[in-house]
Design a protein around this ligand. Structure first.
Ligand SMILES: [Fe+2]
Length: 228
């Protein structure tokens, strides 16, 4: 009786003062935003939400062979176009494929803060030797940040705390909480959030069509979006 009375209090997620730690806003370099005008419009939207910092993290993988030098040059060019208050940073989102292992050996990496690298795997299956690759990143002196771990439905739930204990940082996608990638990813994201496993979060924005998925997020009382 009156079960609705027992429902937990919820509140809309706040983005005020947040750092977007993962985005595809730098135009024309991957499957994210294509036009400068759209990139600027997203940043102006961020200003209204109160987001204070954003990491541009273009894909680098065998299929999207961006180079460190080219991305740096494009980022410098971009900063001349934007004069608003959102602080901009450049890193990359590295697929842990063979090309990445070569870049790691060459130390040719765009860092996500000193000594950190944002890495991802396929959504369908882990790369062969995932544990070894993560270990090799750490052995090379870097801290891996695993992008959107909740999207790796192949991963056993017991694996997450083990990886986190090994010092691998976790980055939550806002859209995962908002249902953008389906119910299973959403449930996993809320589980990992409740378990306190996230170190940071971000939009992973590719297009403005993603706005409703992270602006409609409802969090339980006491919960907030992870931010460093
Ligand atoms: Fe991404």
């Amino acid at each position: 009786m009156f079960s609705f009375l027992r429902k937990k209090k919820q509140h809309p997620a706040s983005f005020a003062g947040m750092t977007d730690s993962h985005s595809h806003i730098l135009p024309g370099v991957d499957d994210g935003v294509r036009e400068m005008e759209t990139s600027l419009s997203i940043l102006h939207h961020y200003e209204k939400l109160g987001i204070s910092e954003v990491w541009f993290t273009p894909h680098i993988m065998e299929d999207v062979p961006n180079t460190t030098e080219d991305l740096k040059a494009r980022f410098e060019q971009f900063k001349k176009e934007y004069d608003g208050p959102v602080k901009l940073h450049l890193a990359a989102e590295y697929m842990m494929d063979y090309a990445f292992e070569q870049r790691l050996a060459d130390r040719d990496l765009l860092e996500h803060g000193p000594g950190r690298v944002l890495v991802e795997t396929s959504y369908l299956e882990p790369p062969a030797g995932l544990d070894n690759i993560l270990f090799n990143i750490q052995a090379a002196g870097y801290t891996p940040i695993l992008a959107h771990p909740e999207r790796y439905l192949y991963m056993d739930m017991g694996k997450y705390p083990k990886l986190h204990e090994l010092g691998i940082l976790f980055q939550l996608n806002w859209g995962s909480l908002g249902g953008l990638y389906g119910k299973h990813v959403q449930e996993r994201a809320f589980r990992l959030l409740k378990d306190g496993l996230y170190d940071m979060s971000g939009s992973d924005i590719h297009t403005r069509r993603m706005y409703p998925y992270y602006e409609g997020i409802l969090l339980d009382e006491g919960d907030s979006l992870p931010c460093e």
